[in-house]
Design a protein around this ligand. Structure first.
Ligand code: ATP
Ligand code: MN
Length: 272
């Protein structure tokens, strides 16, 4: 197996939480077997942080890491993806903290398989309201015979993820997600909005279905966030929705929250 030299293992990447690069490397090594099925073979956008989480940027294209990634050209632009845990850890060695993935796998690039509903609550929405809304959207998906999975965002919201067989093209996939979001908005107009304008979102939850397009991405399951608290976008069981906050799982407590919540994820919903 290839080995990677880790430079500056004692560098503090999260100053407030005093979390080192070594701790981040150890975290990703620990979760790699769980994480790779959702990260490998998907175009990546990563958040790199050079000194610490105060100095981060989005990276969508391969650079000096080119020898440790796979590449794919889309519309004359070169993007990258991973195939192995070594490549994942190399990303962390280079300063990557967050991994964001697209909704399709590279070998079936034009047939997405992972639909995301990113619930973004306005500041005035309470956690109880947010959780009720998550359950409402789940019930709507169930009425459509779709099995949905839940994860924390590591920030303010929850992400509901619906796996699909690769039968729809991007247009159909996006339109399907849009219609589901619009149906939720129509059914519960006091709770949900599909309006991207912040001013229209007051006291409501924005259902961001726009992640479901070819050029978009969403933070991957098990990714750390480059935010104070070193939170994680963690797959959780539906029955744990009431006890786990959107930012409730982090690099220090995550072992308690590892579960089989997503064990039958691949790929249950067939839609044509
Ligand atoms: P939160 O719960 O705090 O909203 P989040 O991960 O859902 O956390 P959002 O701001 O809602 O954060 O963004 C949703 C997704 O959109 C992100 O996970 C990320 O993949 C993508 N995204 C947001 N901003 C950018 C950006 N500047 N460049 C590339 N992708 C972005
Ligand atoms: Mn969000």
């Amino acid at each position: 197996m290839e080995t990677i030299q880790i430079s500056n293992p004692q560098k503090i990447l999260y100053p407030q939480d005093k979390i080192t690069k070594l701790a981040v490397i150890e975290y990703y090594i620990a979760v790699a077997p769980l994480m790779m099925p959702y990260v490998a073979k998907r175009l990546l956008t990563v958040i790199r942080c050079h000194e610490n989480i105060a100095h981060c940027f989005f990276k969508k294209h391969p650079t000096t890491d080119r020898h440790m990634v796979k590449t794919k050209t889309v519309n004359k632009e070169i993007y990258f993806y991973l195939e192995t845990t070594t490549q994942l850890i190399y990303q962390v060695q280079m300063g990557t903290l967050e991994f964001h993935v697209g909704s399709s796998q590279v070998q079936t690039f034009h047939r997405p398989d992972m639909m995301i509903f990113d619930l973004d609550p306005d500041d005035k929405v309470t956690l109880k309201q947010l959780r009720d809304a998550v359950r409402k959207l789940k019930s709507l998906l169930e009425q459509l015979n779709l099995t949905a999975y839940l994860k924390t965002s590591g920030g303010k919201g929850y992400h509901i993820v619906v796996p699909f067989k690769e039968t729809m093209n991007w247009q159909k996939f996006h339109d399907f997600a849009e219609r589901i979001a619009q149906l939720a908005e129509k059914t519960w107009p006091q709770i949900f909005t599909t309006n991207i304008r912040k001013a229209e979102r007051k006291e409501k939850i924005f259902i961001d279905y726009l992640r479901n397009s070819k050029n978009a991405s969403c933070v991957a399951p098990y990714s750390l966030r480059a935010r104070n608290g070193a939170t994680i976008s963690m797959p959780i069981r539906w029955q744990d929705l009431d006890t786990i906050k959107p930012n409730g799982v982090n690099i220090k407590n995550y072992k308690k929250y590892i579960s089989d919540a997503w064990s039958d994820f691949h790929f249950v919903n067939f839609y044509n």
